[in-house]
Design a protein around this ligand. Structure first.
Ligand SMILES: Cc1cc2nc3c(=O)[nH]c(=O)nc-3n(C[C@H](O)[C@H](O)[C@H](O)COP(=O)(O)OP(=O)(O)OC[C@H]3O[C@@H](n4cnc5c(N)ncnc54)[C@H](O)[C@@H]3O)c2cc1C
Length: 494
């Protein structure tokens, strides 16, 4: 199919998808694969925030930073990477990865999966109806026979700090597209975006100062040791981290940003990045026309149906439903939701059992996430704090990753920590967190263990190759075993 002519008469499709980020694209792909006529509406670029202003460009900035840090720990290689990064080459690579902010490849892909595209701003206009305002000022009215899926994602949630409007602060968009490193960069926030961008821009030449509210440390949703080890890494790289610091007021004077913190401290910077969380892109999608409140997150059931709207025709997938603000998890939801829409439309049974073919069960128990800093953080499932909050009975098993031969081979002076949360009632892994260089690639094994609810007894048969960092798995099992089955003392020879 081709890009749909924008001023054609009103049209009817089986499925209408609003928002062609990674998640909307995948919903559309799956409904089309189920034999349903599908149209997708996009107001900016196909591929959404992830392809152009988030995951892809940020990881392109971080890859050389992490690779250099790791290479500097390898004897014989250290000297070869002693110099600074080639910033121009890094930024050029970032531009390449972001496809120079053009989306024709994704348009070709949409065509190949027989999904129609309408460029413009989509809004709900009552049950099963969507109106699209096109860039040429036209209007297209659409009706869905079966489903409308809202996949409009999120934007940066900015606080109402006095003066902020006049400062033109960086959000994730400027932080991932900037064409030079600002001399002094203040980052407000201590979550994943904040630590990743601090690592990137400090290595690319900025003097970064992080302002972290409260005293919960960095990455406060993860195990505390993750934030502590990442903070150590950032400080060693030269980042100035200030806890308990919040911005009381801010203004721009000439090229400089001038801040006053709530304790009266004054700071001057060239740019200020707000990495202060995400807000749903639902202010202007016509939620009021179906009885919902504009600006709210869209709460869904496990098949993606918006629970507050009758008759089950409205779905929401990805960031906008607030279940797990990650591309891979949103795409997982998209696969399940697309299959559920297809099954319902085709009169087939919908499998809503736990881990069934049409439900996003993993959102509740097995969400994997990697933080791409030096050291990396990789986590899946429960944290100790969540286990306490939800009353899950878990036993915590920690192991110093530096002690495995694979880590010693990987880097001289390796620093890292692994934690398993064992569900004591089921004898399975309820959560895992690894911190250290190279641990991102351990995460899939942990995700299989958590989502598969693999009994610990069986994990003894999943043997990690020698010498890899995955040997930490074996050491964790041994630590758990030795705690419960202390070694017996052999009888002395008589
Ligand atoms: C700096 C940063 C780094 C990140 N890194 C990672 C990472 O490494 N790994 C990871 O898994 N996640 C990462 N994330 C999170 C990831 O970007 C999001 O989870 C993901 O983009 C969500 O996809 P989505 O399709 O739900 O929304 P989006 O990607 O936001 O896409 C929504 C789309 O809808 C369109 N749209 C919105 N409203 C309308 C409308 N009314 N009409 C038409 N179109 C509309 C938008 O233009 C957009 O294209 C990162 C986020 C940030 C901010």
């Amino acid at each position: 199919m081709t890009e749909a002519a924008t001023n054609a008469a009103d049209r009817t499709y089986d499925v209408i998808v609003i928002g062609a980020g990674p998640v909307g694209e995948n919903v559309a792909d799956r409904t089309s694969a189920a034999g349903l006529s599908t149209v997708i509406i996009e107001r900016e670029l196909l591929g959404g925030e992830c392809s152009f202003w988030a995951c892809e460009p940020s990881k392109a900035l971080l890859r050389p930073v992490i690779a250099r840090a790791e290479a500097r720990r390898v004897p014989g290689l250290r000297q070869a990477v002693a110099g600074p990064l080639d910033v121009a080459a890094v930024l050029a690579h970032r531009d390449e990865i972001s496809n120079h902010w053009r989306d024709e490849d994704q348009v070709d892909w949409l065509n190949s999966v027989s999904v129609d595209l309408i460029r413009g701003h989509g809004r709900l206009d009552g049950p099963r109806r969507v109106t699209v305002r096109t860039p040429d000022g036209g209007t297209v009215r659409l009706t869905a026979r079966h489903a409308v899926a809202v996949c409009t994602g999120t934007t940066t949630a900015l606080p109402d700090t006095p003066g902020l409007d006049s400062v033109r602060p960086w959000t994730n968009r400027e932080a991932t597209t900037a064409d030079h490193a600002p001399g002094r960069l203040v980052i407000v926030g201590g979550g994943v975006v904040a630590v990743e961008m601090a690592a990137a821009w400090q290595a690319l030449g900025s003097q970064v100062t992080m302002l972290v509210r409260g005293d919960a440390g960095l990455l406060s949703k993860m195990e505390p040791f993750a934030g502590e080890l990442v903070a150590d890494g950032l400080r060693e790289a030269g980042v100035d981290i200030r806890y308990g610091a919040s911005v009381a007021s801010v203004f721009r004077e000439g090229r400089e940003v001038r801040l006053t913190l709530s304790d009266g401290t004054k700071l001057v910077a060239d740019e200020i990045l707000y990495a202060t969380g995400r807000a749903p892109s639902t202010r202007d999608v016509g939620l009021d026309t179906v009885g919902l409140t504009p600006g709210d997150w869209l709460t869904v059931d496990d098949t993606g149906v918006v629970t507050a709207v009758a008759e089950g025709w409205l779905y929401a997938a990805g960031d906008v439903n607030h279940r797990a603000l990650l591309t891979h998890q949103g795409k997982y939801q998209a696969r399940m939701i697309g299959a559920a829409i297809g099954a319902r439309a085709n009169g087939e049974p919908v499998d809503e059992t736990r881990w069934g073919a049409h439900v996003s069960t993993a959102d509740h128990t097995a969400v994997p996430q990697v933080v791409f800093t030096d050291p990396e953080v990789a986590s899946v499932g429960l944290t100790t704090r969540e286990a306490e909050r939800t009353g899950r009975r878990v036993e915590v098993v920690d192991y110093d990753i530096a002690r495995v031969a694979g880590a010693h081979q990987y880097a001289e002076g390796y620093r890292g920590l692994a934690r398993l949360l064992v569900d004591v009632d089921r004898g399975t892994v309820a959560g895992a967190t690894f911190v250290g260089p190279g641990v991102g690639e351990l995460l899939y094994s942990a995700t299989v263990a958590v989502a598969g609810e693999v009994p610990l007894e069986r994990l003894w048969h999943a043997v990690p190759a020698f010498p890899t960092i995955s040997e930490a798995w074996l050491r964790l099992l041994e630590t758990y075993r030795d705690r419960h089955q202390p070694r017996r003392t052999p009888p002395a020879h008589s």
